[in-house]
Design a protein around this ligand. Structure first.
Ligand SMILES: Cc1cc2nc3c(=O)[nH]c(=O)nc-3n(C[C@H](O)[C@H](O)[C@H](O)COP(=O)(O)O)c2cc1C
Length: 341
């Protein structure tokens, strides 16, 4: 892939401007855009003032078929907000957030104010470093379990008021695997899903700075990268589903991240929790990936809730383990394309 498309990942702390609050806040946005997003849709925009960074959603980038309520769009933006907050603390200011500050402008998701000076902690540094190294890793993971302290750190950092992450026992893993397989078959059999998915696949050699790059070496792995085949052969559901079943039952740690409520605010907070957990895992050398199709299919979501053993609303199904270490970064839009005045 052309290096220009993945230039965003070459970010280095030493590049932080020495002067000018606006310049320094713009620099923080370079961390924000490295967050994961559904289909790499990057559904965010930012406005920088001389004392804050505003995070806005970009509804033109929403995914009607798999995300009609914008639940995943909010979580993606929550991930970007987590990056902003971590980078703000890393560079010595406390992070003060106002969520959904303008009720009449629901696309204005949060304002992050430049807070008073903050003593950067080792955790601020390690999480900030991890922003650049994090990848969605769809490969097969080794069977070795995560040591207890590693698993606990990942689970603990994501737990916060109104948001939780639970690890699934083997029996529940099998149940989730069945639900995921069902969701795969449903989605792959649905022309509106295939059409939307096709719009977000970036063929090899493409100059696109968003969407999921199709890389043959990623096959066979989780669903998105089976793209070409899905689009050409409509009977692939069972094959993909079988592969996903194995990924689920063999993942060393499978978790459900959920919330007590199912509102835009809880989705934003879930996105922050997701990203904090990913960065903690990256720091600890643990790979992560998603199996979210089961939550995208409305009628399957209650089954995921039941399997998780918690009430509330499941938001993400995540797989954790030790995986291949050579996952390339995905493209990002340029900073200028996500800033507005
Ligand atoms: C809310 C959310 C849901 C996602 N769901 C899936 C999924 O079900 N399957 C998958 O393979 N990737 C999923 N992804 C990962 C994105 O495809 C990935 O973040 C994007 O392609 C950018 O790649 P990167 O994470 O390596 O930077 C999801 C990401 C987010 C934020």
């Amino acid at each position: 892939m052309s290096s220009e498309l993945v230039e965003a990942w070459t970010l280095r702390e030493g590049e932080r401007p020495q002067r000018g609050v606006v310049e320094q806040l713009r620099f923080l946005v370079r961390y924000a855009i490295l967050a994961p997003s559904t289909h790499n849709s990057q559904p965010w925009k930012f406005r920088v003032t001389d004392h804050s960074v505003e995070l806005w959603s970009d509804p033109s980038r929403m995914l009607d078929r798999i995300d009609p309520d914008r639940r995943q769009l909010f979580m993606s933006c929550g991930g970007a907000l987590a990056n902003l907050r971590i980078a703000m603390r890393r560079f010595g200011n406390s992070d003060q957030v106002l969520y959904l500050p303008t009720p009449k402008r629901p696309d204005h998701l949060a304002t992050l104010h430049l807070g008073p000076p903050h003593d950067t902690t080792p955790q601020d540094r390690s999480l900030c470093d991890a922003i650049i190294r994090r990848r969605t890793n769809r490969g097969k993971y080794e069977e070795r379990a995560l040591p207890d302290p590693v698993a606990s750190q990942i689970l603990e950092i994501s737990n916060r008021p109104g948001c939780w992450m639970v690890e699934l026992e083997q029996g529940s893993k099998r149940e989730i695997a069945d639900i995921v397989a069902r969701a795969d078959a449903q989605q792959l059999g649905d022309p509106s899903f295939r059409e939307e998915f096709a719009q977000w696949l970036a063929p090899r050699g493409s100059r696109r700075r968003d969407g999921i790059p199709m890389a043959k070496k990623d096959l066979p792995s989780a669903l998105p990268l089976a793209g070409t085949m899905i689009l050409r052969r409509f009977d692939i559901g069972a094959g993909v589903a079988a592969r996903e079943h194995e990924l689920v039952t063999h993942s060393p740690m499978l978790t459900v991240l959920g919330t007590d409520e199912d509102t835009p605010l809880s989705w934003l907070i879930a996105g922050e929790a997701m990203q904090d957990a990913f960065l903690t895992a990256t720091h600890l050398g643990v790979a992560t990936s998603y199996l979210n199709q089961a939550i995208e299919e409305q009628e399957l979501r209650p089954r995921v809730a039941a399997a998780s053993g918690r009430g509330g609303f499941p938001q993400l199904i995540l797989r954790w383990g030790y995986g291949p270490s050579d996952v390339p970064p995905t493209p990002r839009r340029a900073l200028e394309d996500v800033l507005f005045e």
